[in-house]
Every structure is written in structure tokens, then in C-alpha cells.
Design a protein around this ligand. Structure first.
Ligand SMILES: Cc1cc2nc3c(=O)[nH]c(=O)nc-3n(C[C@H](O)[C@H](O)[C@H](O)COP(=O)(O)OP(=O)(O)OC[C@H]3O[C@@H](n4cnc5c(N)ncnc54)[C@H](O)[C@@H]3O)c2cc1C
Length: 411
């Protein structure tokens, strides 16, 4: 089979690349290993698909850290607002939550997938499923894409095979192999946006307890890193958005020779002095109330007993009998609960992959390889990863749209 542009992977980046290539008049063929497209896309935002983040492009790019400079051109060209307009034109309504996260309005990731697939087909792209690409090569100026069913010859090739997280969705790192074969270097992969494993065992006793808003702080050398948001205790540590965002900063340092110290501020909305005043008032009004029940005014009940233990305080003690120094200790456990982080959970459980195709070898204004002309990359296969909140999908839309249109133009 012969095609103008072959795209490997029918995830968000590959589908967007196909749409943009087909819209520019090119013959685009998407080859997908799974029997259906967008398996991972269906899981995003817990099935609701947090498809982008309502940020100005410059803010958006800053959130990516070092990868932001590489993304800058494509995000300005196809911004979070452009993405929402694009989906609106396809009939997909979106809603923006107060933290800036943009979801499909009816809370169905499947609506996003169907909008993309419908658009790609309408524009004439060919979507071919159940075809695991085993290898790629370049022969006499054309790309050769080998699947068990057929060999595809293509003038241009877009690799949009994703990273290595959640391998059961089809992402097993094949794209890195293809990139290496075509002359690229691949930055070592690590888990990012991933739950953290603690040295302490007590979080396991609270597994499933969630907190709506915490501030997580860590000191890395002379740099202090802070993330804010919801979190949850897990069997062997901590997870949830604030922790996943923190994992982005820690992943390069884990596992280390020594654990990394973290502190959790369980009541970030209130200063310590004000919290102390509120607690003192509450105790004065309820001197017979058990200490754990007083704490439960400020943190979830299950956690309050544990905080008492951390402060070496009897949780059943009538609050009126609390000594000032113990009350201070309790306050400290609420405002700066210490934890030691041993490692991240494995990459298979990560939301995204850190590492991938070396972005210094890819032209940011086209997504074309600087090493192998006619080869393009899009999405998570590239070494860029952002925080929670729709950033990673936006990177897929922006890189996918640019790779598709650039490949279509480079005839
Ligand atoms: C549970 C979960 C929730 C998430 N939620 C969000 C969210 O709400 N918002 C957000 O911004 N990000 C979220 N992410 C991250 C986001 O899903 C990914 O960054 C995004 O899907 C990457 O898109 P992609 O197109 O690059 O790769 P993928 O979505 O991984 O798609 C790659 C495709 O390539 C195919 N493929 C791979 N190798 C081959 C091969 N050899 N031959 C043929 N096909 C191949 C795969 O089968 C797959 O379909 C979430 C991730 C997870 C795991």
C-alpha cells in the first residue's frame, strides 16, 4: 500500500495530525495497533477528558518548565482557546471549571474521541486499526512501515505512538525504537504525574482518605517546590493531583540514596496563627470534646486520630486538658505533616512519561526531524511533559496539528 503521509498511532496526537494533514489536502493514513482508536484518551480525566487548560499561551508554556520553550511555537499557533474553538466547530461543547481545567461538557471522553474520529474521516483520512507496526525504515527516499498485514510505503512519516505509561492502552515505547532506528537519540524514560511511595507505613492505614486541598512542599537542594490541590492516601503512600504534580519535580531524584522529605499542609487556606486561634476558641467552647473530634473540625475524621498519634497525644483526651505545647504540636502536624518519599510508583502507573525523543533533534516550528527529513513527531513520544490539568493533551493537540500541516506542506 502507498500513502502520502503515514501516521503511527491513533491517540490524540495522531488523530489531530491526521485531521490537520487531511485538511491541508494530503492523503493521510493512520495505523493503530489496537482494534479501536484513542484507548488512553477514553481514560483521561477519569473518563471525563480534561482536554485543555484555560491559560494564555505564555502561561501554558511556562507550566511545562524546560520543555516549554520547545512547545512555545506550536502552542501559540494552536492555543488552548483554539482547541476549544476547534471542538466547538465539531459540535463538542466544553466547560471550564473554576481551576481552569476544560472538560467535555457532558463529562464523556468518548465524545472527544468520536468528534476527532468523525472529523478525520470526513476530511478523507484513512484510519486503519489492529495493525501493530513492527518496524520502520527509509528506502530510496520513502518510508517503509511494516505491519503483520502489509507493508506501507509513505512519502512522510509521523510517529505519534505515545509514551510508556499504561501499556495496556497500547503504549509500550515502540516509537522510541522507531526514532532510534531512524537516527534519533531518546532521553531515558521516567514516570511523571505518578503516585509516590512513602517510607512511613501509616498512609496505608488511611488508604482511600481524600483531602480536597493540601499544600505539598519539598526542598530540592536550595530550591523549594510547592504544589497545591487535592490528594489521596494510598496503600503505600500518597496520590492525587497535588502529589502527581509534585512527582514531576521529584522523579529525576528518585530513588535516591536517601528519601526525599515532604511536608503536607492539610489546611493551606488558613494561617497557623488563625488556625491556633480557631482551635483555642473551639476548645474553650467544648472543653469535654475528645481531642480527635476537635481536630476533625479541620481535617477528615480518619486523619484526626492519626495526627494525635503523630503528636504523641491521646486522641480520647478531653480537649480542655490539652497542654499548650501538645496543642502546638498538633497544629504543626496539621500545617507541616512530614513524610519521606522513597520512590515513585512504576512508569506503567504514571499518567505521563518523562523522557522520549530528544527535542533538540526536532524542529519546533514544524515538528520535523532535524536528522531524518520527512520524519515528524507528535504527542507524548516527545520528551515534553506537563502538569495535571489538561496540559498534556493540549501538547498533543498542538504538536499533532503542527506535525500534520507541516508534513502536508513538505511535498
Ligand atoms: C489514566 C490517565 C488519565 C489521563 N488524564 C489526562 C487528562 O485528563 N488530561 C490530560 O491532558 N492528559 C491526561 N492524561 C495524559 C494523556 O492521556 C496522554 O498524554 C495522551 O494520551 C498522549 O497522547 P498521544 O497521542 O501522544 O499517545 P497515546 O494516547 O498514548 O496514543 C498512542 C497510540 O499509538 C498506538 N501505538 C503505539 N505503538 C504502536 C505501534 N507499534 N503500532 C501501531 N500503533 C501503536 C497506541 O496503541 C496508542 O493508541 C492521562 C493519562 C492517563 C494514563
Amino acid at each position: 500500500m502507498k500513502t502520502e503521509i503515514c501516521i503511527i498511532g491513533a491517540g490524540p496526537a495522531g488523530l489531530m495530525a491526521a485531521i490537520s494533514a487531511a485538511a491541508a489536502g494530503a492523503r493521510a493514513t493512520v495505523v493503530e495497533a489496537n482494534t479501536s482508536p484513542g484507548r488512553k484518551l477514553l481514560l483521561t480525566g477519569a473518563g471525563r477528558c480534561n482536554l485543555t487548560h484555560q491559560d494564555a499561551p505564555q502561561e501554558f508554556v511556562r507550566a511545562f518548565g524546560v520543555g516549554g520553550k520547545f512547545l512555545s511555537y506550536c502552542v501559540f499557533r494552536f492555543s488552548p482557546q483554539d482547541v476549544q474553538d476547534f471542538f466547538a466547530r465539531l459540535g463538542l461543547r466544553t466547560k471550564t471549571e473554576k481551576d481552569g481545567c476544560v472538560f467535555s461538557a457532558f463529562g464523556r471522553a468518548s465524545d472527544v474521541k468520536e468528534a476527532l474520529v468523525g472529523c478525520a474521516k470526513t476530511l478523507g483520512a484513512t484510519l486503519s486499526y489492529g495493525r501493530q507496526v513492527g518496524g520502520v525504515g527509509k528506502e530510496a527516499g520513502s518510508f517503509v512501515v511494516r505491519t503483520p498485514q502489509e507493508q506501507i510505503s509513505a512519502d512522510r512519516l509521523i510517529v505519534a505512538t505515545g509514551g510508556m505509561s499504561w501499556p495496556r492502552t497500547g503504549c509500550t515505547g515502540d516509537g522510541y525504537r522507531f526514532a532510534r532506528h531512524l537516527g534519533h537519540t531518546v532521553t531515558p524514560t521516567k514516570a511523571s504525574l505518578v503516585p509516590l511511595v512513602t517510607g512511613e507505613v501509616w498512609p496505608g492505614r488511611l488508604a482511600g482518605t481524600a483531602l480536597e486541598n493540601v499544600r505539598v512542599s519539598a526542598r530540592l537542594g536550595n530550591r523549594k517546590v510547592i504544589t497545591v490541590g487535592a490528594m489521596i492516601f494510598t496503600d503505600d503512600g500518597i496520590g492525587g493531583p497535588a502529589v502527581l504534580d509534585m512527582s514531576r519535580h521529584l522523579t529525576e531524584h528518585l530513588p535516591g540514596k536517601t528519601p526525599i522529605g515532604l511536608t503536607l499542609d492539610l489546611a493551606p487556606h488558613i494561617e497557623q496563627a488563625q488556625l491556633e486561634w480557631q482551635m483555642t476558641e473551639h476548645i474553650a467552647a467544648n472543653p469535654r470534646k475528645k481531642v480527635a473530634n476537635v481536630l476533625a473540625e479541620f481535617v477528615p475524621k480518619r486523619l484526626s486520630v492519626l495526627l494525635c498519634r503523630q503528636a504523641s497525644c491521646d486522641d480520647r483526651l478531653p480537649a480542655g486538658q490539652l497542654k499548650k505545647d501538645v496543642r502546638r504540636k498538633l497544629l504543626r502536624t496539621i500545617k507541616a505533616l512530614p513524610l519521606s518519599i522513597l520512590r515513585t510508583k512504576p512508569i506503567a502507573e504514571a499518567t505521563v512519561t518523562r523522557g522520549g525523543v530528544n527535542i533538540n533533534e526536532v524542529e519546533p516550528k514544524t515538528m520535523e526531524s532535524k536528522i531524518c527529513p520527512g520524519l515528524f513527531f507528535a504527542g507524548e513520544v516527545l520528551n515534553v511533559d506537563g502538569p495535571c490539568g489538561g496540559y498534556n493533551l493540549q501538547a498533543c493537540w498542538s504538536t499533532g496539528a503542527l506535525a500534520g500541516s507541516s508534513a502536508a506542506r513538505s511535498r
